[in-house]
Write a protein that binds this ligand. Structure first.
Ligand SMILES: C[S@@+](CC[C@H](N)C(=O)[O-])C[C@H]1O[C@@H](n2cnc3c(N)ncnc32)[C@H](O)[C@@H]1O
Length: 271
């Protein structure tokens, strides 16, 4: 990895990030994300006109499923970075690096830069975004996928679950997440940010997946509630409500929309 400009070195994001790849729960989290989103990511990336053997950058690569997909789809090289590379293997075409993106974006030029569910969580997202655009090759693509809050409980196994759902979401997404610098509005602002930065061919797809009890979204949410248990309880959420929230997520009748996911793509002009 070559020269990188540091970004917000004093922003202690990871101290609050609540997502520890190294734990068993972390591994399950990454696998749930692959199960939930790799299909859509594959179809978004497969529409991009890329040069032969492109040079790509995958940020917050997690378990490496998207980095592998890019290497296989394009036949090019992928630099895959993550703060924690425990589950990020070296595979053909993929070069894993343990790296904090806040310390700078790896020097390009890249024909494709992709980050899924990373910038939502980083307070320095706008500075990182500007650096990502600097590191795009002329004609190169930036593809970002981020979450917004959907917060709709559609089928509650018990009437009182509406109250539990509201209390949990207030604690998680109106207190703990925002206090750690998460911004659930960024996903829908990305398209305007790409236009404002002079990218062309900007497009955005907005999905609001339906989650069912016991399905991958519910497993993801339940794991997250365990990883973030201490800060959630510190907001005043009771352990009884926490336990009921987790039980609700395993009930086959449960249906909800937790988050929306917005995929936004834009291209650096060639000249
Ligand atoms: C929600 S997970 C998403 C993983 C993967 N992008 C996916 O969608 O399956 C966020 C990932 O970003 C990584 N990450 C968080 N902060 C980071 C940072 N400052 N620099 C690099 N990676 C970071 C985490 O370690 C984790 O693997």
């Amino acid at each position: 990895m070559t020269t990188m400009k540091p970004i917000s070195p004093n922003d202690h994001y990871f101290d609050h990030y609540l997502f520890d790849n190294g734990s068993d729960l972390g591994a399950q989290q990454l696998n749930s994300l692959s199960a939930l989103f790799d299909g859509t990511t594959r179809s978004v990336l497969s529409t991009l006109p890329l040069p032969a053997s492109p040079n790509s950058l995958e940020i917050g690569a997690g378990n490496g499923s998207v980095a592998r997909m890019i290497a296989e789809q394009t036949g090019g090289q992928v630099v895959a970075i993550d703060l924690d590379t425990t589950h990020l293997p070296r595979t053909p075409g993929v070069e894993p690096h343990r790296h904090d993106i806040r310390e700078g974006v790896p020097a390009g030029p890249f024909d494709l830069i992709h980050a899924r569910l990373v910038l939502t969580h980083l307070p320095a997202r706008r500075e990182i975004f500007a650096q990502l655009i600097d590191e795009l090759a002329p004609g190169g693509w930036l593809v970002l996928a981020d979450v917004g809050l959907a917060d709709e409980l559609l089928v509650a196994p018990e009437e009182s679950d509406h109250d539990v759902w509201r209390k949990y979401n207030d604690a998680a997404y109106r207190q703990v997440g925002p206090a750690a610098g998460h911004d659930y509005l960024w996903a829908e602002q990305t398209e305007a940010a790409m236009f404002g930065a002079g990218l062309s061919e900007v497009s955005a797809e907005h999905l609001v997946p339906l989650a069912r009890g016991g399905g991958p979204w519910a497993v993801y949410q339940s794991n997250l509630s365990k990883q973030a248990e201490a800060p959630l309880l510190a907001t005043g959420l009771s352990m009884t409500d926490m336990d009921r929230y987790r039980a609700m997520l395993t009930d086959p009748e449960f249906r909800a929309r937790f988050f929306s996911l917005t995929y936004t793509a834009g291209r650096k002009p060639s000249a």
